[in-house]
Design a protein around this ligand. Structure first.
Ligand code: SF4
Length: 432
């Protein structure tokens, strides 16, 4: 039996896809081993959101080749779609598969397996992105408590700094009926929480003419799944209908992640984002008003071209004024074939780093204020793991990370916890 190890970089979608692919290999008789073990085959599911993501992909490939120089390495993911020739130069790489070919990987490796003793000429199979039509379903379940369910792929937007549409193609999806069937399958595996994953989730329905609001309504009715989270949704697609639905739903958690990218209208225009700061602020206010306990996280990119000092300060002040819970800070990274490269002025690396540091500390402050609000309250926590100190660790409905010493093994259980916030850590005890 051939052994195979997997390594995943990037977003939740990549993790869902690696998990689905690895299950197919197991069904084909391969033995899954840790990526750090010696294996006959290695699969690297790559990311290309920044130049450093490409670099990490190359490092993983070199590490696998060093572990077993005879191993055949298969590279999939966004870096594979964008730069197949670059990857084919690396020792040990046997196959580079694009978005369209990614899910036929087991057949291709089975063919390699047949010719294992003969020398194989490294091969790149990458359909040009504009011709990619197919949607391949995927979900993760190796974590047992939480599953990333792929509901949508690709993106039709053209944000000036972003290379994802070139790596993942146009917005597409499978049917609501099929996603409900997958959610039921996930429930039958004993998983309690599903995180809806995709590239532009709110844009769900392009392939089937269906709507995102109808998808979440249908999923909310799936017995066995006690929690859903929307991993990320564009501000202009977070409709009042969606907010109202989440506010009164059975199982959608009070938790939103909304990419702002910048808190300054001049820069939003250069980024080709589809909203203004005024629109964004009203959206946040609406969430606060309708779901008082909601955790609101957002993505912000610092140092993008055209973000002069004055604009960054405007952005900083705007973010500070919103009263959100957390900021996921990204530093702008030049991406080939993106229009942002033409925008002036470009911001020096040192200035980008400075701004990233400032926003990280603002984010810590926001998170501290959010956690402090729940000191002494009781919230339901889904426990997932145990940390080195023997605490059971999990998340509340509104995404507060909690550690607790409990009189029972609460793994994969939702239990009411009395919270106490001390020294930046949320601890808890079983609520009577
Ligand atoms: S919405 Fe914009 S940033 Fe997000 S994937 Fe699409 S093009 Fe990229």
């Amino acid at each position: 039996m051939a052994t195979i190890g997997f390594y995943t970089l990037g977003c939740k979608l990549n993790y869902a896809e690696t998990d689905s692919i690895s299950r197919k290999f197991t069904e084909c008789g391969f033995e899954r081993v840790a990526f750090s073990d010696v294996a006959d085959y290695y699969v690297v599911n790559s990311c290309s959101v920044t130049e450093s993501a490409n670099k990490k992909g190359r490092q993983a490939i070199r590490a696998a080749h060093k572990r077993n120089p005879q191993a055949k390495i298969i590279v999939v993911g966004c870096y594979a779609q964008l730069k197949p020739q670059e990857i084919l130069q690396l020792d040990g790489v046997a196959l580079v598969l694009g978005v369209q070919e990614k899910f036929s990987i087991t057949d291709r490796v089975m063919a390699l397996e047949k010719e294992r003793l003969t020398s194989h000429v490294p091969e790149g199979c990458v359909t040009p992105i504009e011709s990619v039509e197919s949607f391949n379903s995927a979900y993760s379940c190796s974590e047992r408590t939480r599953s990333f369910l792929k509901v949508q792929d690709g993106c039709n937007y053209r944000c000036s700094y972003c290379t994802i549409p070139l790596a993942r193609g146009k917005s597409r999806n499978t049917t609501i009926q099929e996603l409900v069937r997958q959610a039921e399958e996930i429930a039958n595996r004993g998983v309690k929480e599903i995180v809806l994953s995709g590239i532009n989730i709110g844009d769900f329905g392009k392939s089937t003419g269906e709507k995102f609001i109808d998808l979440i309504r249908a999923l909310d009715a799936v017995e066995g799944i006690q929690r859903y989270r929307i991993s990320s949704i564009e501000p202009n697609l977070l409709t009042s209908e969606v907010i109202d639905f989440v506010a009164h739903s059975r199982a959608f958690m009070p938790h939103f992640h909304i990419p702002l990218q910048c808190g300054c209208d001049e820069v939003l225009k250069l980024m080709r984002r589809r909203y203004t700061t005024d629109f964004f602020a009203k959206k946040i206010a609406e969430v606060h008003e309708k779901i008082a306990d909601a955790f609101i996280g957002m993505d912000v990119m610092v140092g993008s071209p055209g973000e002069i000092d004055e604009y960054f300060q405007k952005s900083y002040n705007f973010i500070q004024s919103l009263g959100i819970s957390f900021v996921h800070v990204f530093t702008y990274s030049e991406r080939e074939n993106t229009d942002a490269l033409q925008i002036k002025p470009h911001i020096q690396e040192s200035v980008r780093t400075e701004r990233s540091v400032r926003l990280h500390s603002l984010s810590e402050e926001q998170l501290h204020n959010f956690y402090k609000k729940y000191d002494g309250t009781i919230r339901p926590v889904l426990f997932e793991t145990k940390n080195k100190e023997g605490y059971q660790v999990g998340f509340t409905d509104n995404y507060i990370k909690v550690q607790a010493k409990l009189p029972l093994n609460a793994k994969n259980k939702i239990v009411p916890i009395l919270l106490s916030y001390r020294n930046g850590v949320m601890e808890g005890i079983l609520a009577e």
